[in-house]
Design a protein around this ligand. Structure first.
Ligand code: HEM
Ligand code: HEM
Length: 174
């Protein structure tokens, strides 16, 4: 096996797309809460995209178990680093949506959604002191940092080592 299976490739790039969207929507939501003008729809849309990420990651791990992955191609030390980075990414992709769900459940957002009453949504500083809320935002920042390392690693393979690593994550079959 030289490349990831087609469904693994689709899930990889779809995760990237959904993450960018969830990140943008989360930031917009947080800004509107700070200005006490968040809407129920804003929460529903952000939560839906975030839950889609969670489902996609669960599917991805299932596909990985069934289809396997191509063998490592770098040196032993760097392979260990890449392996650690991939594990961290998968872990974060579970923890971020879960802390998001817990933020909804442990704040007045759940009650507001259930009653359909936007007045019950948290206003500026409304999440203050809620640990899962701070954790949700912090883990997103950690994810961004780890993704930067991951992308730099992929680019080093592609443009410095010129070993064609990126082709392993492409739909075109060799
Ligand atoms: C991978 C998926 C997700 C990403 C990348 C993401 C990203 C973000 C970001 C960047 C923020 C703003 C944090 C801040 O500035 O303090 C945020 C806030 C939030 N997210 Fe998520 N999120 C995801 C999934 C979810 C899910 C699944 C839920 C709930 C079902 C959720 C619920 C929330 C809530 C309630 C807030 C607080 C909004 C506010 O401060 O007004 N998130 N998210
Ligand atoms: C421009 C952005 C990206 C590029 C160029 C890229 C590139 C790649 C490449 C080439 C591989 C295959 C590595 C190998 O064969 O050993 C890979 C694997 C992986 N990527 Fe990305 N990636 C990007 C964004 C992301 C993002 C945003 C995430 C998740 C947050 C992610 C998570 C992963 C994971 C978990 C694997 C390991 C797959 C497995 O073995 O199960 N990537 N990526």
């Amino acid at each position: 096996m030289k490349q990831y299976s087609k469904r693994m490739v689709i899930a990889h790039w779809l995760t990237l797309g959904l993450l960018v969207l969830a990140w943008y929507l989360g930031d917009a939501l947080s800004d509107s809460t700070d200005e006490s003008r968040a809407t129920l729809l804003g929460y529903v849309v952000h939560a839906s995209v975030g839950i889609a990420v969670l489902l996609l990651i669960a599917m991805r791990l299932f596909f990985r178990g069934k289809d396997g992955a191509p063998p490592a191609i770098g040196n032993a030390m760097m392979d260990k680093v890449a392996h650690g980075v991939h594990h961290t990414l998968y872990l974060l992709l579970f923890m971020i949506p879960i802390t998001g769900i817990l933020t909804v459940l442990r704040s007045s957002v759940a009650k507001a959604l259930l009653s359909g009453d936007a007045n019950m949504l948290p206003k500026a500083h409304g999440f203050h002191g809620l640990l899962v809320h701070s954790l949700h935002g912090t883990l997103v920042n950690v994810l961004i940092a780890v993704v930067v390392i991951h992308v730099l690693g992929a680019f080093k393979h592609q443009f410095v080592d010129k070993d064609g690593l990126l082709e392993r994550m492409m739909l075109r079959r060799k």
